[in-house]
Design a binder for this molecule. Structure first.
Ligand SMILES: Nc1ncnc2c1ncn2[C@@H]1O[C@H](COP(=O)(O)OP(=O)(O)OP(=O)(O)O)[C@@H](O)[C@H]1O
Length: 287
């Protein structure tokens, strides 16, 4: 399949990147991780929320940006529905402080019901909106910005990745089924086209842990994500098993890793964040 051609010309892209490099709100973000998936429903938002919560629990300053214009789900996953932007500073919109170490911004906090009326967002408007959410949020000093991007490899994720802050890397989420793995290959080609380095691959819904006996069962052949990571040379960040409690925790708006810290899925997240934490060693505490 031919690689997707980015909608901006090389010159426009260069100009945009220079502009973003200068954006004051972005200079204070050490690392950005774009959570991507080749198709919807593989658990991208679940991974984004739990990664952000686990990194924040490890004493890092974390921002979570939900920039899925057509289906923002972070407000529901963190019980922040109905919340709106806290104000505006010179640097931009103030995000919502979820806990001491975690701030959240979602298109839903600004657009409310309009966010679901996808049809009104035409090309240039969408582009402006995405740029505003990337460059005009006053995050303060962050060790990590986690971005929940829309699924797929269409125009929106493309614009978002083109406008990604400096020092951005992608984490690709997949599930073990063959088709989903083909979608990862599509995401890899996509990242190459937008020159986004890939940090690693996560295999979600990989095996099922029985809540009665604790035994792990395979529903689909698992391990495909790991094999693919080996073949492509990208880091394999781990397998997260299917756990029905993840669905209930999400419905109740509670990060699973904080609710069930000893579960197999939470431990998978703990292992996953190790190489991520290494990107940003703990800051010296000021006394
Ligand atoms: N490991 C898991 N175990 C059980 N359920 C899971 C797991 N991961 C995700 N889910 C559930 O799968 C559903 C889809 O997850 P999620 O919304 O995170 O996917 P997504 O890829 O972000 O979807 P979208 O394409 O809408 O952005 C949710 O109901 C979520 O609770």
């Amino acid at each position: 399949m031919a690689e997707k051609k980015p909608p901006l010309s090389k010159e426009e892209l260069q100009e945009l990147r220079e502009e973003l490099m200068l954006a004051d709100s972005l200079t204070r973000i050490e690392n950005t991780l774009m959570i991507l998936s080749g198709k919807g429903g593989v658990g991208k938002s679940t991974v984004a929320v739990n990664l952000a919560a686990a990194l924040a629990a490890s004493d890092r300053q974390v921002g979570l940006l939900d920039i899925d214009i057509h289906g923002p789900s972070i407000p529901t996953l963190l019980k922040l529905e109905g919340a709106s932007v806290q104000g505006q500073s010179q640097r931009g919109m103030s995000p919502i402080q979820y806990n001491n170490n975690l701030k959240v911004m979602s298109v839903e906090f600004v657009l409310k019901d309009q966010a679901h009326e996808a049809v009104i967002w035409r090309g240039p408007m969408k582009h402006r909106l995405i740029k505003q959410f990337i460059a005009e949020v006053d995050w303060g000093n962050l060790d990590f910005l986690i971005v929940d991007a829309p699924p797929g490899t269409g125009d929106e994720p493309l614009s978002i990745c083109q406008m990604a802050p400096p020092r951005s890397r992608a984490i690709i989420v997949t599930t073990p089924q063959k088709l989903a793995l083909q979608d990862v290959k599509k995401s890899i080609r996509f990242c190459r086209a937008v020159e986004m380095p890939i940090f690693g691959i996560v295999e979600n819904m990989s095996g099922f842990v029985c809540s009665n006996c604790g035994t792990e069962h395979e529903l689909f052949k698992s391990g495909g994500g790991e094999r693919l990571a080996r073949e492509t040379g990208f880091k394999f960040l781990g397998r997260i098993p299917l756990d029905p409690r993840l669905v209930t925790a999400s419905d109740e708006g509670k990060p699973f890793v904080l609710e069930y810290p000893t579960s197999a899925a939470a431990k998978a997240f703990d292992r996953m964040i190790e190489p991520i934490l290494a990107l940003s060693p703990p800051r010296m505490k000021k006394h």
